[in-house]
Design a protein around this ligand. Structure first.
Ligand code: GDP
Length: 446
């Protein structure tokens, strides 16, 4: 989980306060000091942390709170609100629309993860039914084009790039135009990076921008630089019209919180975060759900709304109970498959969870997906109760797999594919273990 350490420290501080019999000034100060320490350790700017502490104290005036008020809830809510304020930088300057061609130019220092992020961004949109294309205008880093080509090929995204440095601007322009004519609605231009900010980098950025007239410029930065992100984001903003930011490598750095808050302080909205080297390790950054998750409250507000919307009332408590137990068995998978086939919309519920339905029920390929689900269910019909109810994939040894294949008239390969799907879903499901689900619209209940 992103920023697990910071989140853990903050929620522990809140929990300790909740354990106190009486919440007085001393308990509140201890809690706030603990949160302050955690934020400073995550490299959040001292001024931001101090302001946050002052604001919380202003809101939570213990003496003024009438008896009977739930002080704990007020304090938790104040921490939640202040963290949201700290990370909120408003909306991006432009939001591409599906079906209408937009040019998005990526800028950033070398090594920040720019090229990787271009493909992740394209892939993310492609999965949602967009028609992205990639254009490499990186003349500086040998290998940038090969990398883009490799990633794009893997994700089946059209791309263009060439080594001809002297005419790259003309070519970049040509290919942006060509992709527009081919009805691509998201044309992503990767530009050169440099080891450090320097005149040549900014000049090249300006030239590509001039040639391609991007609708949105996305600045990509590495979270490991922590609060130094402030100066870097400012410098890029001054040279080119940065409309949004993507912060990468949030999976490995204790300074991620510092980087996010520093970028927000420059009033540049973060729209996505990179959480790993793989193509789908990429998350939309939305301040409230993010803070909610940081505080161990889960980012399930949208998910809960969907559950309430589409799962029949009588099935809701049971589903939530199973989710919070985190034990995903083949029987649960079977039941959820039944739901998917019966009600269709349940796939929408799981699309709120990373990785669940995106691949299982890709848009436009529902028929194919349904056939796959039915095939999996036939194989599961040949399983014993022990196999269905076990959450230990290791029990599925060779002889069991052979028996299931024989029993369902399927290939061993297909049974193994189904078990792989199970393992993938079990991994996602396990992330929900121990989650307390809020009632609809009540985040403070957490
Ligand atoms: P560029 O020079 O800015 O184009 O950077 P690259 O895209 O080549 O990325 C530099 C390195 O960072 C590569 O090894 C990537 O795999 C890695 N990388 C990119 N994004 C992430 C991320 O979100 N998490 C992690 N762990 N690694 C990343």
């Amino acid at each position: 989980m992103v920023l697990a350490q910071l989140g853990g420290s903050i929620s522990r501080a809140l929990q300790q306060m909740s354990n106190a019999t009486v919440i007085d000034e001393k308990v509140l100060n201890e809690c706030l000091n603990e949160i302050t320490r955690a934020l400073l350790q995550a490299d959040v700017q001292f001024k931001l942390v101090r302001d946050m502490q002052t604001n919380i104290k202003k809101i939570v005036n213990l003496e003024d709170l009438a008896a009977g008020h739930n002080k704990r809830k007020i304090i938790q809510q104040a921490v939640f609100n202040e963290l949201c304020k700290m990370l909120d930088a408003g909306k991006p300057s432009f939001t591409p629309k599906k079906g209408k061609p937009s040019v998005v130019m990526f800028v950033g220092l070398q090594g920040s993860g720019k090229t990787t992020t271009c493909t992740k961004y394209a892939y993310y949109h492609q999965k949602k039914g967009w028609k992205p294309a990639l254009v490499c205008a990186d003349t500086f880093r040998a290998g940038a084009f090969d990398q883009l080509k490799q990633n794009a090929t893997k994700a089946k995204i059209p791309f263009y790039g060439r080594y001809l440095e002297d005419i790259y601007l003309v070519l970049t322009y040509d290919f942006v135009e060509r992709f527009k004519k081919e009805n691509c609605d998201l044309i992503i231009v990767d530009t050169s990076g440099r080891h450090k900010q320097e005149a040549a980098l900014f000049e090249e950025m300006r030239q590509v921008s001039e040639a391609t007239k991007p609708d949105l410029v996305i600045f990509v930065m590495d979270s490991s630089i922590g609060q130094a992100a402030f100066d870097q984001a400012q410098a890029f903003k001054q040279s080119v019209a940065v409309g949004a930011v993507i912060v990468t490598k949030m999976d490995g750095h204790a300074k991620g919180g510092g980087a996010l808050s520093a970028v927000a302080a420059t009033k540049s909205p973060v729209i996505f975060i990179g959480t790993g080297e793989h193509m789908d390790e990429f998350e939309v950054f939305d301040v409230k759900p993010f803070v909610s998750r940081l505080l161990g409250m889960g980012d399930w507000s949208g998910f809960m709304d969907k559950i309430h919307e589409v799962v029949p009332m009588d099935q809701q408590p049971e589903l939530l109970q199973k989710l919070s137990e985190g034990n995903f068995t083949l029987r649960i998978m079977y039941e959820q498959f039944q739901n998917i086939l019966k009600m269709g919309p349940i796939s929408q519920v799981f699309s709120m969870l990373p990785g669940f339905s995106a691949e299982l029920m890709p848009k436009g390929r529902e028929k194919e997906s349904q056939a796959k689900i039915k095939r999996y269910m036939t194989m599961m019909d040949s399983m014993t109760n022990e196999e269905l109810d076990s959450s230990n994939p290791k029990i599925m040894n060779e002889s069991r797999i052979m028996r299931i294949a024989r029993g369902s008239g399927r290939q061993v390969r297909e049974v193994m594919e189904m078990l792989e799907e199970y393992k993938r879903l079990a991994k996602i499901w396990s992330k929900m273990k121990g989650l307390k689900f809020p009632k609809k619209g009540d985040m403070s209940a957490l």
